[in-house]
Every structure is written in C-alpha cells, then in structure tokens.
Design a protein around this ligand. Structure first.
Ligand code: PLP
Length: 374
C-alpha cells in the first residue's frame, strides 16, 4: 500500500464504504486523462483501453485464485442481480429451489423475493440457535435445488461462512446446483482460499476502489442471460461502454490492498478488551471476520452514540443497518434482542486503522456512556 495523504479523522465505517487509496485516485485520473478511448474502437486508443480491461481481469482472477471469466458491472448490486435473474433464465428454469440465508444483503434478498413471487421455492436458512450453520445450508440442498446463494461475510456482524466447505458439499449432493457467493465484505480482507463458488459478486468501493464499479466472476462452464442489453459489449453479457478508468481503479485497489489478517485480529482483540472494561457493553459478533465488530452499548441508543463520536471526528455505523427508519432484522437473526439492536454500533476497520484510533474510539464510547446512559 502506498503512503496516503493524511486526513484528520478516524474513519471506522469501512463496511459501508472506504476511502480510495491514493494510488487508485491516480490510476483513475491517469486513465481519464490519457486513456479515454472506447474499448470497442478499432484504432490504437481503443486497443489501449481494451488492454486495461484485460489486465484488470487478470488482476481480479489472480486475487481470487480462480479460472474463468470476469464481467464488469456498476457494483455488486448489479452483479448479484445478473447472477440471480440471469442464471435461471440461461438454464431455462421456471421455478425450482434456491437455498439462501436469512441475513443476505438486500442486493441479494430483494431479487430473491422477486424470484419467490414468480414461483421459485426460496428456502432461507436461519442461523438461530445453530452451531454448525454451514451444515444446515448443505442439508437444505436436494435434487431440485437450482442455486445456492450465500454471502461470504455478513456486512452487519462480520459473521463468516466457509464457502469452500459449502461449495464442495453442495456439489456432492447435487452437481447441477450453481453456487453464488456475495463476496463483497470478504474480498481482499480474507484469504481467497476460503472462497469457492461458480459465480461471485464483487464491489470496488469496499476495498478502497472507486464507487460505481463491481464485477461478477463466473466459472468457465457457467451460463447466464444478460440483465442489460444493447451494443453487445463484454461479449454481449453486459452492454454499455466499459468505464475503463473505474476498471483501472478497481484493479489498482486489488493490487494495493495489503494482507491485514494479523493487523485486524490484533485490533479486534484490542477493541474487545477495551469494551470488556465498560459496564453493560455486549458483543454481537461471533465466528466473524476480524475487521468488523458489532456491539451494543446498553442504555445509549446507536444514533446518540454515533453522533457523540462524530463530534470527535470518529465515524462508525449504527450496528443495525437501517433503511427508511426500519432495521434490517439481521441482528435479530443472530439472537440480538430488539432493545440491544437499538443500541448497536458497528466498527469496521481498514488498512489505515491504527491502535491509537481504537483507543480514541474506546475513550469516546466510555465518555458517551457517562454523558448519555440512562
Ligand atoms: N453485498 C454486501 C454484503 C454489501 O455490504 C454491499 C454494500 O453495502 C453490497 C452487496 C452492494 O454493493 P454495491 O454498493 O457495490 O452495489
């Protein structure tokens, strides 16, 4: 990771989005300035643009450690929509089984609602009270299962699924079942060997890349119908002029993301220990990716704590993802009471996070408790 221009704030909301690496900003700018050709053009400018796209695909495939194709999309939402609507259409399925979790991101959950409405049997496996969650997903697969769609790391709690284990077991049960993984929160943050799927959704802005660019990985034998039709770009799988500058930025983010496994584990331990010294603070994350920690500060509503931390230039998220005033219900799926969900804070780290940031956060929370707890 190249050195960043310093900024005077503590940003701990990296599961929402991330600060672009300076190297990414440079790559996007350089491409906008000098490499603005249309990848479909036959002249040298077009060929240069096409090369950027080809190189970016190689960077992504190398990072995934997989062979197959890469489709660039506007983000993971489009990638997952393409997978969930496009795969059943390509295989001419009109109904059948789809196995998923009860804690998917809306970019997967909402398309699955639509598929359920049109006749698919969508089975959503809950983690409530289950020790071996992966086995429950595997057990839900049968000869009628067309697809399994699971997330690698949950964005609210950091809960992790061993996708490699699920993939192998699903294929044993039904070799025709296609496994889709939303890998947005794990990509570059966890070792890729834990990721295995036929089709994978990725997003650049969660790994210090630009917003508005994502990708769908697909294994060689996997077919899907396009979601967007038009000029036939990207082998007619996703029409629209390729955003070469954003693609260059995405590849640069993947190249620049350092191995933070140890760092996240140490910072997570430090924060957990600091929270342990405070009365009535409970951890809501378990079996999780170390860069995300969700906890409830009982007696202080999330919003109050969030804004009190903001006064100190510390940015976190309320632990229960809200949309238009309604909570997502994900924390409840993990056994967190409504009262605790109301007081939940999500901290999500980045390669920039330092021990001093964690200490400042812990102090901010301790002071927030003194000011606001009732
Ligand atoms: N999946 C997960 C787990 C996410 O956290 C997000 C972002 O919030 C998305 C998908 C959507 O990604 P994008 O913003 O690239 O559409």
């Amino acid at each position: 990771m190249s050195k960043q221009v310093s900024i005077d704030l503590i940003y701990l909301d990296n599961a929402a989005t991330t600060r672009p690496f300076d190297s990414v900003i440079k790559a996007v700018g350089d491409n906008m300035a000098a490499n603005f050709g249309n990848a479909s053009s036959l002249h040298r400018m077009g060929i240069n643009a096409e090369k950027v796209i080809k190189d970016a695909k190689t960077v992504l495939l190398d990072k995934l450690g997989l062979e197959g194709g890469i489709l660039f999309t506007s983000g993971a939402t489009e990638a997952s929509n393409t997978a969930l609507f496009g795969v059943p259409k390509a295989y001419r399925h009109n109904g059948g089984g789809i196995v998923t979790t009860t804690f998917e991101h809306p970019s997967v959950a909402r398309p699955l609602d639509a598929l359920a409405d049109s006749g698919y049997n969508v089975v959503r496996v809950s983690p409530k009270g289950i020790a071996d969650y992966e086995q429950r997903i595997i057990d839900a697969v049968n000869e009628k299962t067309l697809m399994v769609s699971i997330m690698w790391v949950n964005n609210e709690t950091g809960f992790m699924i061993d996708t490699a284990r699920v993939y192998k077991a699903v294929k044993r049960e039904n070799p025709h079942t296609i496994v889709h993984v939303d890998a947005v929160q794990g990509f570059c943050k966890l070792p890729s060997k834990q990721l295995r799927a036929d089709i994978i959704s990725l997003s650049a802005h969660k790994i210090h890349g630009p917003k508005g660019i994502g990708a769908l990985y697909f294994a060689k034998n996997i077919r899907f119908e396009p979601l967007i039709r038009g000029g036939g770009q990207q082998k007619d799988l996703r029409s629209g002029t390729e955003p070469v500058d954003l693609i260059a930025g995405f590849a640069e983010a993947v190249r620049s993301y350092p191995d933070c496994t140890q760092k996240y584990a140490a910072l997570n331990d430090r924060l957990t220990a600091a929270l342990g010294t405070l009365d009535d603070v409970v951890i809501n994350s378990f079996g999780n990716a170390k860069n995300i920690l969700n906890f409830s500060v009982r007696g202080v509503r999330s919003e109050i704590m969030l804004h009190s931390l903001e006064e100190r230039e510390i940015y976190v998220s309320s632990g229960s993802a809200c949309s238009k005033g309604k909570t997502s219900g994900v924390l409840a799926e993990f056994g967190v009471s409504d009262k605790d969900a109301d007081c939940a804070i999500r901290v999500s780290m980045s390669p920039f996070t330092e021990e001093s940031d964690i200490d400042a956060l812990a102090e901010g929370i301790s002071d927030g408790i003194k000011r606001f707890r009732r």
